[in-house]
Design a binder for this molecule. Sequence first.
Ligand SMILES: [Fe+2]
Length: 140
Amino acid sequence: MYVTFDDTLVTGNEMIDSQHREWIDRINQLMKSCETEKEKQSAVRMLDYMADYADFHFAEEEKLQREIGYPGLEEHLKKHEEFRNTVKELHEMLEEEEGPSDGFVKAVEENVMKWLTYHIQSFDRSVAEYRYMRDNSEML
Ligand SMILES: [Fe+2]
C-alpha cells in the first residue's frame, strides 16, 4: 500500500502542501523498502529518514501556528506528539524483529498512512483555513 498525494490532501497552504508531498514520498520509500528489500537495517534507515522529515515539518507547522495565533495550537501539538510516540513504537518493533514483518507494515499503514491522511484532512486543513480567513479579513 502506498499513499498518493491527491486533491483530498490539499490544504491550500503552499508550504504545508509541498512539505506533505515530500513527507508522503518518504513514507512510500519506507514501504517500498519493506516490500522489496525486507531488510532490517534498511527499514531502520528509511524509518529514520521519514521521521526526520516529520520532525522538520512539525516544527515548521508549529511555527506557522504560533505566528498566526492559531487557537487550536495546544490540541495540534498533542497530535504531533502522538506521532512522535508512534515512531518510537515502530523503532521498538523493528528492534525486536529480524526484518520488517507484516505486523510492522500494518502498523505503518494504520499509524502513519491513515493517521496522516486524517490529520491532514482535519487538523492541517483547519490551520490553513484559519490562516486564509485571517489574511483575508485583514484586507477588508
Ligand atoms: Fe499537523
